[in-house]
Structures are given as C-alpha cells and as structure tokens.
Design a protein around this ligand. Structure first.
Ligand code: F6R
Length: 616
C-alpha cells in the first residue's frame, strides 16, 4: 500500500518526484524516499521514516546531486516497521541498482533464505530488498535490466508493482506489475510511471494503462510494454479528465474539508451525461440490455464506506428493478462458496479501484461465471479493468483518507444504475422514473444548502463535544447505513468509540449502552414518506432520552415532531425518502471532521490507515 513514481526526461527529477509523491501520499505516509541518477552517472538515494515532509526537509538541507532519471516512493509499512532502513528505495548490485515496490511478495522468506545461502546480506526487513537483490543478481549476469526483470517476476508470488533503475543506464526506468497498480504518463521528450495518474497529472494528462503481468520500460523517447514472457502488448491510451489543481487543497484547511465541500459537485458530475430526455441512460451500459433484462440477482461487493453506499443502493435497486439484491463485504464474500450464476450481476464499488479485497472478490465472481460491473472513481484502475462493465463516478480525485465525496457519488451511481436497469426491465413506472430523475437532479443544490446552513453549527457542536468518549448513531431503512457511515467516520478520524445501529434493534440489546449524557445521533426518516416509520423512530428517541441520552436528530426541515424529543436538531431539505441519505450523511461527515479537528488530529491522514488498501 504505497505510492510510486518514476521519471525520465530532460528535467531535474527531484522536484518532479517530490511533487508527485505529495499527491500519492494518500496511499501511504509512514516513510518516503527517492533515488536519482546524477549527471556524473552516480546514484544518489535518500529515504526517511515519517511523512514526506521529513524527507523534503532533509533534501532541502543536504540535497542529492541533480539528475534527470529518478524514482520515488511513499510507504505504508507491511514487511518491517516504518524505519529509515525499511523505507524505499532499496539498493542492490553494489548500490548501483535502486528498486521501489508496492505490494507484498508472499514467498519472500523462501527467496531470502536462498539469497542468504549465496552470501547476500540484507539491510532491511522488507520483502522489497529481496526483489532488489534478485534483480541485481540477474542484472549482473546479463547487463540487461528488462531481461533481469523478466527472470525475476516469474519467481515472485503475491501482488507487486516494482520499479527499478541502474546507474549504468541513465534515461531508463523499468517497471512490472502484478495485481498492483501502475500507469504510464506520456510527456514530450519525457515519460512517467505512477501508482496512479495523480503522480504525473501536473505534467501530462496523456496516460497509458498497463495490464496485469506486464513489464514496461520508459526512456525519454518512448515506452515499451511487454508481457512477462517478453511478447509486445498493445496498451490502452486514455486522457485524464481532471487537472492537477483538482488534487490541490485550494485554500481549504484540509483535503477532507475541500472534499466535503465538493459533495454537491460529485453528485452533479456523476449524473452528468447520463440523463436523456428525462430518463436515465448510462452510455457505458450500451449493448447490455438483453443481459440486464434477464438478471435474477444483484450482488453488491465492497468494503468500508463503499459497502455502506452499497447498502443504501440496495433499497433503490430493489425498489426500481424488482431484482433481489444482497450486499456483502468483499473480504467475506470470497472465502466461502457463494451461489452465483450467469444471471447474477455482481456490482463492485470502489473509490480507488485498487482495494485488494474487492479486486479479488471481482476476479472470483468472474471465475464463477457471474458478470461484473465496477462502480469506480479512478480511471484506469485495476478493478474496472478487470470487470465486464464500468460506471465511473466523477467525484474527482479524493485525497483525504476518509471517503466523503466519493460516498455520495457512489450512491448516485447506484441510483442511476437502478433507474437504468429498472427501465430496461420495464420494472419502474415511467412517472416514478421521471420523479426520481427530478429528485436526483435537485440533490446537488440541497447538499449545498446543508453545507451553507448547518456547517457552522455542526462544527460548533463538534467543538463542544471534543472530550466525548463515545457516540452512538441510529438510523432506520436507508438511514441505517448512514448511521454506520457516521460511526465509521468518527472512529477513523477522531479515534473514539462509535457504533451505528438500526434503530429497531435498540431494544434487542444496544439500549443497555445508554447512560446519562451519552450522545446519540438519530437519522430521522421523513414523516411524509412512511409516517409509521417516522413515529417509530421518534419513539426510539423518546426511549433513549428517558434514559438520559443526549439526542442530536438529523431531520427534514419542518419536522416538528422531533423538537420536544431532541436536544439538537440538524436540518436537511425535503427530499423523497430514498434520496434522504445523500443529505443526511453530510452533517455526519462534517461532525466527524469537526470533532477530529477539535482534538487537534490530522483529518487527511488518520493513524494506521491508508487511502488505498492494496493488500488483503
Ligand atoms: C472510510 C473509507 C474506507 C474505504 C474502503 C474502500 O472512510 O474510506 O472504508 O471506503 O477502504 O475503499 P475503496 O472505495 O477505495 O475500495
């Protein structure tokens, strides 16, 4: 779970590497390093435990010699703790070869013993240094870096992207990928490699997606891609649709603050181009009508926040398509014997498109004969490339570790999918479909209103609650996954105990947690949707209030029934019941961010977490 960048071209590479790494830091931030082949043909390397800023300061006080070929790495530790020694790059071949790596080499222990038997000594505890030593050993036999890669990759098991350069070959960076991301950036007289396009988007928007089990060699003049056996392969070109400024903080206190403010846009951009004459038509699904009309089950697989988006989506999918829907955590799905058939549509949801648990579940579903559709926010990422169909969310780059704008975009994409499939199957009444489209188009404006009217108040509340040790979240129906999302955000950002419950479940156990002063957020369904459900949730509020809970209700404008029962009421604009989650989640995102900030924590990079979880 690391970020990697490679550069060859006419420019001094250090700044390019450091600025690329700053955009990749979301992938890992416990240590960082760069290596550069300098103008005199020497190989300079610097690596430091800690955030990128530590490396940056170190280089500012004692710079490396300039050079125009370089590789850089930002790490999230797997093998070996976050120390200077374990940081990448790792050197081999008498320190003439530098290697960086993302992923896990599963058979590294056995390979390491083999190398130790040959007299190789190691300076780190990493699996990467083993790969570096193997590439160095092969290179010293042939003097050819690409063929050294080819010989080594056939012996590595697990998931990896490896980049290497050798001081005897300035102007050449070689990379290989298996189950880990790598993309090529094409410049004028310069080329780039990166874990994703954020690594090089400030220099070029032209990119090539490298497939699994492929090796790439970049020089300033060109790019060559072969499979692991050496046969040339065609690579798919794509244009990055966002620019570098979209990945900058743009004056906000944190990426998370910026990304929450972009929630309206994330929904609007995901809807854009998918509504024609008032009906949803997803162009990416052209040609799939026959299959979609015939499916008998939808299975949604995802992890974390993306899985909660899936749980929200289930309500819309079942309502509008009348196809049964199950939502499952990707890591649970894969290790049992699920019932799948060619009529099952497996929908994966992933912001990064690289989550290993989700990727492996997609591959597994495919191998069992199901059709797979990826809802993803990252162009050219692995999960969409491994799927039969793709519906991209257009939330723009999400840098903060905690997913926010991608969450609302994922729900939006699921709703679009539900309306598309419902139409194809003739399962949704055309008038209901038009109403749903009207609602969806109005959502960005309504989210903007929540931000405008409630943000200050919620931040104030979070500030007052900075010493809170535990917060509970209750919701019912579509509000239930929102309660789970509110709790997850608070755990990961503010490091306090938080739990989300289905409100109806209270009396089956969780009510025992209520003691005087216990804060409880309650997502209150609209009284206009199901009056009965609304009444039940208001009764739940009364039950917990009677036991001393401090209730913060999220309720629609004009719902006066909650007033006597709640201590605080956060208002959301009126929306049809299925669309309320897109509004109700916004105060919870703001609250978690506000409380973490009030505690002085780093909301963009919470401890122990990385943005893209590329290990199982
Ligand atoms: C929580 C969060 C995570 C991710 C999960 C899946 O705020 O961000 O729970 O949602 O790790 O990541 P993706 O969507 O990249 O597959």
């Amino acid at each position: 779970m690391c970020g990697i960048i490679g550069y060859v071209g006419p420019r001094q590479s250090q700044d390019i590497l450091l600025s690329g790494l700053s955009r990749l830091e979301y992938r890992g931030y416990d240590s960082a390093g760069i290596a550069v082949i300098d103008g005199d043909g020497g190989l300079g390397m610097r690596k430091r435990a800690g955030k990128l800023a530590v490396l940056r300061d170190d280089l500012a006080s004692t710079p490396l010699a300039d050079g125009t070929t370089g590789i850089g790495h930002t790490r999230w530790a797997t093998h070996g703790g976050p120390t200077d020694a374990n940081a990448h790059p790792h050197l081999a071949d008498d320190d003439k070869l530098a290697v960086i790596h993302n992923g896990i080499i599963e058979n590294f222990a056995e390979l390491k013993s083999e190398l130790i038997g040959e007299g190789v000594t190691f300076r780190s505890e990493t699996d990467t240094e083993v790969a570096a030593a193997m590439i160095g050993r092969e290179y010293s036999r042939t003097g050819d870096l690409v063929s050294a890669f080819r010989a080594v990759v056939s012996r590595l098991e697990g998931a990896y992207t490896l980049l290497a350069m050798h001081k005897d070959h300035p102007g050449l960076v070689v990379g290989a990928r298996r189950n880990s991301p790598l993309v090529i950036g094409l410049g004028e007289g310069e080329n780039f490699l990166g874990s994703d396009v954020a690594a090089f988007v400030e220099h070029t928007r032209k990119a090539l997606a490298i497939g699994q089990d492929e090796i790439v060699a970049i020089t300033p003049e060109g790019v060559e891609v072969t499979d692991f056996s050496g046969a040339p392969v065609e690579v798919e070109a794509f244009e990055v649709t966002w620019d570098a400024s979209a990945a900058e903080k743009g004056g906000w206190s944190s990426f998370m603050a910026k990304e929450v403010s972009e929630e309206p846009e994330a929904v609007a951009n995901t809807v854009r181009g998918r509504i024609h004459e008032g009906r949803v038509e997803i162009p990416e699904l052209d040609g799939m009508d026959e299959f979609l009309a015939d499916i008998d089950r939808i299975l949604v697989i995802a992890c974390g926040t993306a899985a909660y988006a899936g749980m929200v989506g289930k309500y819309a999918l079942e309502t509008w398509t009348r196809v049964p829907v199950d939502v499952e955590l990707a890591h649970e799905f894969r290790y049992r014997d699920p019932v799948l058939s060619p009529r099952t549509l497996v929908v994966s949801i992933s912001q990064s498109g690289e989550t290993m648990d989700t990727l492996m579940a997609v591959k597994y579903a495919r191998s069992r004969g199901a059709k797979t559709l990826s809802i993803c926010n990252t162009q050219g990422a692995t999960i969409p490339r491994e799927s039969d169909a793709i519906v991209y969310t257009h939330a723009g780059p999400e840098v903060a570790v905690a997913s926010t704008k991608a969450f609302v975009a994922q729900i939006t994409a699921l709703y679009l999918l539900a309306l598309h499939v419902g139409r194809v199957r003739g399962a949704i009444d055309p008038v209901a479909a038009v109403d749903a489209v009207t609602e969806l188009e109005a959502i960005p404006g309504k989210i903007a209103r929540v931000l405008e009217t409630e943000q200050g108040r919620i931040e104030q509340l979070a500030h007052w609650m900075a010493d809170t040790r535990s917060v509970l979240f209750l919701g019912r129906n579509v509000g239930y996954p929102i309660a789970l999302e509110g709790a997850l955000k608070l755990k990961e950002l503010a490091y306090i105990h938080a739990e989300g419950f289905a409100a109806g479940e209270l009396k089956h156990g969780p009510i025992a947690l209520i003691e005087p002063g216990q804060p409880v957020f309650v997502v209150v369904p609209s009284p206009r949707g199901s009056g009965e459900m609304h009444k039940k949730v208001v009764s739940n509020i009364e039950e917990i209030r009677a036991r001393g809970a401090r209730v913060i209700a999220i309720a629609e404008e004009g719902d006066v029934a909650v007033l006597p029962a709640a201590d605080e009421v956060l208002r959301i604009p009126l929306a049809a019941p299925l669309f309320e989650p897109l509004l109700a989640v916004v105060p919870l995102h703001i609250f978690a961010m506000g409380l973490a900030e009030a505690k002085g924590l780093d909301v963009d990079q919470p401890r122990n977490l990385a943005k893209s979880v590329t290990v199982e």
